[in-house]
Design a protein around this ligand. Sequence first.
Ligand SMILES: *Cc1c(COP(=O)(O)O)cnc(C)c1O
Length: 377
Amino acid sequence: MSIQVLKPKFHVDECLEQIRECLEKGWTGLGFKTVEFEEQWKQFTGHKNAHFLNSATVGLHLAVEILKKENGWEEGDEIITTPITFVSTNHAILYEKLVPRFADIDEYLCLDPIDVEKKINDKTKAVMFVGYGGRVGQLDKIIEICKNHDLKLILDAAHMAGTRVNGVCPGTFEGVDVTVYSYQAVKNLPTADSGMICFENVGNDVICRKLTWLGINKDTYERSSDKGTYKWKYDVDYLGYKDHGNSIMAAIALVQLKYLDEDNIYRRKLAAYYDELFVENDRVQIIKAPYRDECSFHIYEVAVEDRDGLMQALNDADIYAGVHYRDNTEYDMYSYDYGKCPYAHKISQHIITLPLHLGLTMEDIKKIAGVVNVFTK
Ligand SMILES: *Cc1c(COP(=O)(O)O)cnc(C)c1O
């Protein structure tokens, strides 16, 4: 049996039961389960606002677009971001014709506050922080910097479903303006494709809800007395998109959310076992996680000298690893900052993502770690 790097686990019968409700009711679109899931997500996280989307990618774009519009940012203004992320994070900045300004990362593979401060200039408007692998990194220090320099803070929490710090969801920390979660097929709360955007400011949430449905505003006529007759007549306030989520995805999400905490406990148990099996091997660098007992551990990675060789050795044992991520400044569109983040550039050539998912047993972890230890010895 081959071992995949990431593999979702679905509670099939419960998911089908939820989906059946949608089908029987004849309501698979916006509303119904999407509203129910938004309410449950707010309860689970403590966010004041939550809007269900068809992906986190559109959420990151909406976050940048709305903050840009509401704060009068101009084309060419800059957002400080990380080179070690999925390209969605940085594409979201480019969609709005702003400039991703890359800062280096720290030992947790999250933005390094010292380098972030160095990259601030007159054009800087915001910081985009990625909670790498569910880690909170030094988000507290980034919040301080944003406060001191009057910058907005966007949290790409695609990996962070279920992460807490002393019981508190980091997306709700004071000073975080907007948090975006992913429920893509292999994330910690997998659906097929969907996401959530949580604005701190309720006005931004209202704008966002219009933008995700073509800019349509139903308020005026919903409030009028003969709304039945005028249902077809609505205003269109913005050139919006088709970005909202649907009830089939929300139906799956409602079930998966019930198991998120216990799933993450199991992920931490597997991660802790990897750590234990590598701790004696000084050729394997464990990537640390602050508040590790509350981290979602979306992915587990180590750094080794010969990463590509290890990848091959694992493949030969029918074990499939991954790399999260290639330094984004190696891509043409981001190459203007190539060489500006030396630690990120170096570590991205040595990190390897080892299999971590709910289908794995402690025996599997022992087998995978065994291959790593034999290869690096
Ligand atoms: C998966 C991911 C995204 C995009 O999520 P989608 O829901 O697939 O659009 C964004 N940022 C990071 C760091 C991710 O891992």
